[in-house]
Ligand binder design. Structure first.
Ligand code: ZN
Ligand code: ZN
Ligand code: FE
Length: 810
C-alpha cells in the first residue's frame, strides 16, 4: 500500500543545501513527491511504500547539511495522491516571512579543494562558494533568500554555473551566491589615489605588497580589513600611527593552524572553534618564548586573537602559486576603520576614509549589503564564550526566555552596541554595531533595525532601552514609533541576559560587574548584587561607591580614581605621598586640583563600578596613568596577577583547571579565607545605612566594603612586596567578598543559582576565582556564553527584562 507524508521543517533550512539533501534522500528511497522552500521553511511531500518511508524523519535530522539547524519537524500522514517522480518545486511568493536568513559561513573543505585544484574551473577563484559555505547575511537585500534579492543579482550565471545550480545532485544546487571566473565577481588592486593597477593576479600582488611592508585595505566578506605583515615591526607601528590606535591589541589571521600554534597554546575546543564555519577570532594564550611577532601587535597582552582564513580570497593570500615568492604567514587583520568609527564596507567609503591609512586597496565588485565585523570568542573552562557576536553567528536566533507576549525591539547600550528583535521565544540579535558615539554609528543602528524588521518580518510595538538619558540608543528609542517604552537599568540587563540564556525563572542572585552604567538613582553603577524573584530585580547590594574626580576624565586617567580611593582609605594622608611613585608621573598641580575637587565634592560623580576599582588598583600597582582604550589598565592588572597565579599553580598541583594559586585558595573552602587574607566587610544597611550628605543612596541590603583589604594590599606594596602577588590578592579579595555577599542573598532566598554578567567578567582570573568560591559554598554560577558578557549583550538582556515586565504588567 502506498502512503503519503508531509514534512514541515523549520529552522535554518534555506540556502544551506537542504532541498538537494532531501532530493537525494527521497530518490534513494524511491519516493515520489516534491520539496519546496516557502516562507515558513521547507515543505517535503513524499509518497511511497511504508517500508521506504520508515525512519525518514530520523534520517533528515541525522544527516542534515552542516550549516542547517532544524528547529522542528512536523509530520502529517495523508492518503496517497498518485505522485510520480520527485521534483524540486518553485518557491511560492512569500506572504509572511518567518524564514531565518543564515549567517555567513567560512569556506568549506570542498570549495577549498576546488580552488587549489589546477584542473578545476574554479582554480584560484576568490569568490568560490557552495550550499555549505559562503556569504549569506552580508549579501541579502530581502527575503526570500533568492539570488535576485541578493547582491549577486548583477552577475548572471554562465551556462556551467547554471547547470550546477539546477542539478539536484550538485553541491551548488540552488547555491544563490554561486559564481565562477567566467560569470562572477572580480578582484583588483588600486593605489591610494583610486587608480587601478595592472595586475594579472591581484591577490598575488597583494601578497607581494604585504611581504614588502605595505599596509593594504582588503575588502572581505562583511567589510574591509586593514592588513599588514604581523612580523614587520615598522608596518605594525605605521598602522597604529595612521589608524590612531595606540595600544589596543590587533587581531591576526594566520595561514593555518600550525602557524597559530607557533605563537599560542591551542586546546582541542579552541581548535574546533577556529576551524568552525563561524570562524571567529579566538583569544588564545600566548606562548611568549621565541615569539617573532612584532611587539606592536598586542603590547603587554598575555593573549592573542587569531582567526583562520574564512573566504577563498583569504586562503589565496596565504597560498602562493608554485612560481610565486612566499608571503607573510601571519597578518594583522584589523577592522578597516579609523578608531571609533564603524568598519568600511563600500568601496567609495573605504577610498575616502582609509586613504590616509592604507597604501593600497584590494577591492572586489561583489557588493556587501550589510556590514558585519569579525566575531570574538574564547573557551573558558571548556565552554565556548562569545565576546563579540557578529559574522558567522548573526543573525541566528538566540532562544528567548521567558517568551514575549508581543514583539519588542531592544536598542542596547552605547558601547559595543547591538540591537535585538524579540518575538515569542526567539531573539534575533544584530551583529556588533560599534560604539554609538557618533552619527555614523547611529545611522548604522537605524538602518540595521529597518533591515532586520524587513528580513524577519517583525513589527515591534514595544521598545526597550537603557535608562541613560544621553545614550544615542535611548534617544533613538524615544523617537521610535512604539506603543510602549520600557526602560531597563543597565546592570539589570546584564543579569537578565544571563538568566534568559539559561532559562531561569526561579529566584536567583545576580552579580553585575562592569565599568559604568546609569543607575536608578542617577549615579553610576557597576558593582551590583541583585535578587531576582517573581520576574523582578531588586538591587540588594553594591560595592562601596567611589567619587570619580572629573567624571569621564577619571575613566581615561585612572590615577584620579586611585587618588579618590586613597582618600577614602585615609582621609588625613597627603595625596602626593599616598600616590607614591605614581605621583611622579602626574603633574603635581593636577593632584592638588583633584584633591580640592574631592574635598568639595565638585564634579565628582559617584560610581560603584567594579571596573573603577580595577582602574584605581591597576594605576597604583602598574604605575599607569592612562587607559588608552576601554579597560586597558584593568586588563593589564589581570595579566600581572596571572604571573603570580601561574607561579602558585606550578608550586602546587600544576595542572589545576583554574590555575589558582593554591597558597591563597586552600584554607577553609567556603569561608572568606585564612586569617591573614586581606579583609573585607559586608556592611548591612541597618548598621550603617545612612548615606552621608551628597553620597548615593544605599541599596536595599548592604554594601561590600573592600577598604580593609585594599589598605592591607597597599601597605604590602609600600613594603616592597611583589606587585604580581598584590594584583592577585586584589582579584582574590574581590572574589571572596563577592562570593560572601552572594551566599548571603542566596541563603535568604533559598536559591543555589548565581548569574554573573557585565564586562568585568571577561576577566578570566576573577571569574575563575569567583566560580571556585561559589562552588565551595554549593552555589552554581551561570555565565554568559552565547550572548556577550559585555555591553554587546545588553540588547538581549533588555528583551529578557522587558519580557518579565510585560508578563507582570502587560
Ligand atoms: Zn563550499
Ligand atoms: Zn559561472
Ligand atoms: Fe555594561
Amino acid at each position: 500500500m502506498r502512503v503519503r507524508f508531509v514534512y514541515r521543517i523549520t529552522g535554518i533550512v534555506q540556502g544551506v543545501g537542504f532541498r538537494p539533501f532531501l532530493y537525494r534522500l527521497a530518490t534513494e528511497r524511491h519516493l515520489a513527491g516534491f520539496v519546496l522552500n516557502d516562507d515558513r521553511g521547507v515543505l517535503l511531500e513524499v509518497e511511497g511504500r511504508m517500508e521506504d518511508l520508515e525512519g525518514l524523519g530520523e534520517a533528515i535530522r541525522r544527516d542534515a547539511p552542516p550549516l542547517s539547524r532544524i528547529e522542528s519537524i512536523r509530520t502529517t500522514r495523508l492518503p496517497a495522491a498518485g505522485h510520480e517522480g520527485f521534483e524540486i518545486r518553485e518557491s511560492p511568493r512569500a506572504k509572511r516571512r518567518r524564514v531565518p536568513v543564515s549567517p555567513d559561513a567560512a569556506t568549506c573543505s570542498g570549495c577549498l579543494r576546488d580552488i587549489l585544484d589546477p584542473d578545476d574551473r574554479r582554480h584560484r577563484y576568490p569568490f568560490t562558494n557552495c550550499t555549505h559555505c559562503g556569504p549569506r547575511l552580508t549579501i541579502v537585500r530581502d527575503v526570500p533568500y533568492d539570488r535576485r534579492l541578493t547582491t549577486m543579482a548583477g552577475f548572471p550565471m554562465c551556462d556551467a554555473c547554471r547547470a550546477e545550480y539546477e542539478d539536484p545532485s550538485d553541491r551548488r544546487f540552488h547555491a544563490q551566491p554561486t559564481a565562477c571566473p567566467v560569470c562572477g565577481p572580480r578582484a583588483w588592486i588600486e593605489d591610494g589615489n583610486g587608480i587601478r593597477m595592472p595586475a594579472v593576479d591581484p591577490i598575488g600582488e597583494t601578497r607581494r605588497l604585504l611581504a614588502s611592508g605595505h599596509i593594504v585595505a582588503i575588502k572581505g566578506l562583511g567589510g574591509f580589513h586593514l592588513a599588514c605583515d604581523a612580523r614587520n615591526e615598522m608596518a605594525v607601528a605605521a598602522l597604529r600611527e595612521r589608524k590612531g590606535r595606540e595600544e589596543k591589541p590587533f587581531a591576526l589571521m594566520a595561514a593555518d593552524l600550525a602557524e597559530v600554534e607557533r605563537h599560542v597554546h591551542v586546546s582541542e575546543r579552541e581548535r574546533e572553534m577556529l576551524a568552525s564555519p563561524a570562524s571567529p577570532i579566538v583569544l588564545l594564550e600566548r606562548k611568549g618564548e621565541g615569539d617573532d611577532l612584532a611587539g606592536g601587535v598586542a603590547p603587554r597582552q598575555p593573549t592573542l586573537g587569531f582567526m583562520l582564513p574564512y573566504t577563498p580570497l583569504h586562503h589565496l593570500l596565504f597560498r602562493p602559486g608554485p612560481l610565486d615568492p612566499p608571503g607573510p604567514a601571519a597578518l594583522v587583520m584589523t577592522s578597516g576603520n579609523r578608531s571609533e568609527e564603524p568598519i568600511c564596507f563600500r568601496e567609495e567609503d573605504a577610498r575616502e576614509r582609509l586613504q590616509a591609512i592604507a597604501d593600497y586597496f584590494l577591492m572586489h565588485d561583489r557588493p556587501i549589503h550589510l556590514r558585519c565585523d569579525d566575531s570574538i570568542a574564547r573557551v573558558f573552562r571548556g565552554a565556548p564564550q562569545l565576546l563579540r557576536r557578529a559574522r558567522g553567528y548573526a543573525p541566528a536566533a538566540v532562544p528567548l526566555f521567558p517568551p514575549l507576549p508581543r514583539s519588542v525591539l531592544a536598542v542596547g547600550a552605547m558601547l559595543k552596541n547591538t540591537f535585538a528583535l524579540g518575538r515569542e521565544e526567539e531573539a534575533i540579535l544584530s551583529s556588533h554595531i560599534g560604539d554609538l558615539e557618533n552619527l555614523e554609528t547611529l545611522r548604522s543602528l537605524e538602518e540595521g533595525v529597518d533591515h532586520f524588521r524587513r528580513l524577519f518580518d517583525v513589527d515591534p510595538d514595544t521598545v526597550a532601552h537603557d535608562l541613560h538619558p544621553d545614550y544615542l540608543s535611548t534617544r533613538y528609542a524615544h523617537e521610535f514609533p512604539a506603543r510602549r517604552r520600557i526602560g531597563v537599568q543597565h546592570h539589570v540587563a546584564h543579569v537578565a541576559a544571563v538568566l534568559g540564556e539559561h532559562r531561569v525563572s526561579s529566584p536567583a542572585v545576580g552579580i553585575a560587574f562592569d565599568g559604568t552604567g546609569f543607575g536608578e538613582d542617577g549615579t553610576s553603577w557597576g558593582g551590583e548584587f541583585f535578587l531576582f524573584r517573581d520576574g523582578s530585580f531588586e538591587r540588594a547590594g553594591s560595592l562601596t561607591p567611589l567619587p570619580l574626580p572629573g567624571g569621564d576624565a577619571a575613566i581615561l586617567q585612572p590615577w584620579r580614581t586611585a587618588q579618590a580611593l586613597l582618600r577614602r582609605l585615609d582621609a588625613e594622608a597627603d595625596p602626593h605621598e599616598a600616590l607614591g611613585p605614581l605621583a611622579a608621573l602626574v603633574p603635581s598641580g593636577s593632584i592638588d586640583l583633584v584633591a580640592r575637587m574631592l574635598e568639595r565634592g565638585v564634579h565628582c560623580p559617584w560610581s560603584s563600578g567594579a571596573g573603577r576599582y580595577f582602574d584605581a588598583i591597576g594605576a597604583l600597582l602598574l604605575r599607569r596613568t592612562r587607559n588608552s582604550f576601554e579597560g586597558q589598565v584593568p586588563m593589564e592588572l589581570e595579566a600581572l596577577a596571572w604571573r603570580a597565579a601561574d607561579r602558585g599553580a606550578k608550586v602546587t598541583s600544576g595542572a589545576m583547571g583554574t590555575r589558582d594559586a593554591a597558597r591563597w585558595n586552600g584554607a577553609g573552602a567556603g569561608q572568606s579565607g585564612t586569617s591573614d587574607d586581606p579583609p573585607f566587610m559586608i556592611v548591612e544597611r541597618e548598621e550603617n545605612g545612612r548615606a552621608h550628605p551628597g553620597e548615593p543612596a544605599w541599596p536595599s541590603r548592604f554594601r561590600v566594603d573592600l577598604g580593609g583589604g585594599l589598605r592591607a594590599i597597599l601597605a604590602m606594596e609600600r613594603r616592597g612586596e611583589d606587585e604580581a602577588v598584590l594584583a592577585f590578592l586584589f582579584h582574590d579579595l574581590l572574589a571572596r567578598a563577592s562570593a560572601e555577599a552572594a551566599a548571603r542573598l542566596a541563603e535568604e532566598t533559598g536559591t543555589k543559582t548565581v548569574a554573573l554578567g557585565g564586562g568585568v567578567f571577561q576577566n578570566r582570573l576573577l571569574l575563575g576565582l569567583l566560580l571556585d568560591r561559589l562552588a565551595a559554598r554549593g552555589l552554581a554560577a551561570l555565565l554568559p556564553l552565547r550572548v556577550p558578557a559585555n555591553d554587546g549583550g545588553i540588547s538581549y538582556g533588555q528583551l529578557v527584562a522587558a519580557a518579565w515586565e510585560l508578563r507582570a504588567h502587560g
